[in-house]
Design a protein around this ligand. Structure first.
Ligand SMILES: *Cc1c(COP(=O)(O)O)cnc(C)c1O
Length: 438
């Protein structure tokens, strides 16, 4: 029985002078230590050579956006068709990264602006993102935080992390904390344990989430020891980042099973990438493999406007086409929500094909995934009582002890009975200026 695939054995032999055992290969520290960071090593490991011209452009690209690939992730590349390989495309630089499109932005999501304290992005009413790592095992070429990749190749110290945790402690509306980075699983078990323990001392933090790509690029990081530690901090959710069915290998499956067996609900965020997964069949195969491994497809992201990603972007129509191929055609829980993270920091905006064709006061006309056009009769005697949000005299049984009220904002506010706002008007528009001048 081969201890690992012949391809991996051959690769390991080239990477290290010493004999590489299976336990070396499966040791995440070994994988980290032997991460590939230059073009020549990729050439020799994959048995490929770039021409002088291309080589020069690639070197230039690396000066802006560095390269780092784990031996494991590199071993997934199909050397027969490496240029079109989805793993190669996600891990290896392309000179296109230096072609700055005129719509590109350094920080399209305005994360730096929505940051009340370093490391925190507070964008939504009840949840925050806390960056606890500036490092990753593999530098994804499509990274949305590309501006920071390789920047401060470090893990924040306890003081910096405590500053973020203090913000959470002092902000009682936060009930959900999303640990992100970089990759939080780059931290040692003990350090991560310390952070989770600190967060768990905050009574209003109900849920903790971790976003990590380790199950994809370095599944050996998900050790029994790590999982035993995580398990102490439930309710804990993990979101990972598979983009292509080829990434779901035996090792990845093992990592996912370990986490699922520890009772951790698993989700997946995919980025729609031209030349990697912009195809309904690939996407369907991906979501099926995910659910087979107890991972719920969570988001499908439209590739954002970060600098150096223009060659990865697809039209939004491609995403809608993929959603058409999933909704109704496969299990509801296999269908992710397709989102655009709004440039300028508006947060995630869901996009779906249109199913509502028309409506009158008593009927709704809808279409299904097959093209059947159907009607839904509205109820004749629905009482839409006035809701003042003072729930004491309402017959619905809302236990108010458990439901903290956060004031309605945005469209929810416009729809509500208890708020007198009748329109939302952008600031700085000329019409408002004219009004102010009158
Ligand atoms: C994505 C994101 C979240 C979490 O959003 P969910 O829709 O709840 O998954 C929170 N904060 C920021 C800044 C985000 O980008």
């Amino acid at each position: 029985m081969p201890i690992y695939s012949p391809n991996q054995q051959e690769l390991a032999g080239k990477i290290s002078q010493d004999k590489v055992t299976l336990s070396n290969w499966r040791d995440w520290a070994w994988q980290r230590k032997h991460s590939i960071q230059d073009i020549s090593t990729v050439e020799s490991l994959l048995g490929i050579t770039f021409g002088a011209d291309e080589r020069k452009k690639l070197e230039e690209t690396l000066e802006t956006f560095p390269l780092s690939i784990t031996p494991y992730y590199l071993s997934l590349i199909d050397t027969d068709d490496w240029r079109n390989d989805p793993v190669f495309r996600q891990a290896f630089p392309s000179p296109c990264e230096l072609e700055i499109d005129r719509h590109d932005m350094a920080d399209p999501l305005d994360e730096d602006k929505d940051s009340p304290t370093p490391g925190i992005t507070h964008r939504y009413p009840d949840r925050v993102l806390l960056q606890i790592s500036n490092v990753c095992a593999m530098y994804c070429r499509h990274c949305t935080r590309k501006r920071k990749v390789g920047d401060v190749d470090s893990i924040p110290g306890k003081d910096a992390i405590l500053a973020g945790i203090d913000y959470i402690r002092n902000t009682p509306v936060i009930r959900d904390v999303l640990l992100s980075g970089g990759d939080p699983f780059m931290l040692s078990d003990d350090y991560l344990d310390w952070i989770l323990t600190e967060l768990r001392t905050i009574p209003h933090v109900q849920v903790i989430r971790i976003g990590t790509r380790m199950p994809v690029v370095l599944p050996y990081r998900v050790t029994d020891k790590l999982v035993a530690m995580l398990k102490k901090h439930h309710p804990l959710w993990i979101n990972t980042h598979f983009n292509h069915p080829r990434e779901i290998t035996t090792s990845a499956r093992e990592a996912l099973a370990r986490m699922a067996d520890a009772g951790i609900p698993l989700g997946n965020q995919t980025v729609l990438l031209a030349g990697v997964n912009d195809c309904p069949r690939i996407m369907k195969s991906l979501v099926h493999k995910l659910v087979e491994n107890r991972v719920r497809p969570y988001y499908l992201y439209q590739c954002d406007l970060s600098r150096g990603l223009s060659h990865f972007r697809t039209p939004v129509g491609k995403g809608i086409e993929i959603m058409e191929s999933l909704i109704g055609h496969t299990s509801g829980f296999s269908v992710p929500t397709y989102v655009i993270d709004a440039p300028g920091g508006g947060g995630k905006i869901p996009l779906t094909p249109n199913y509502l064709i028309s409506l009158s006061t008593n009927k709704v006309v809808l279409r299904n995934f097959e093209g059947v056009i159907t009607t839904y009769q509205e109820p004749e005697n629905y009482q839409s009582g006035f809701c003042d949000r003072k729930c004491d005299d309402c017959h619905l049984q809302l236990n108010l002890e458990e439901a903290e009220e956060i004031g309605a904002t945005g469209i929810e506010m416009l729809l509500s009975d208890h708020d007198a706002t009748i329109s939302l008007t952008p600031e700085n528009n000329e019409r408002m200026e004219r009004r102010n001048n009158d």
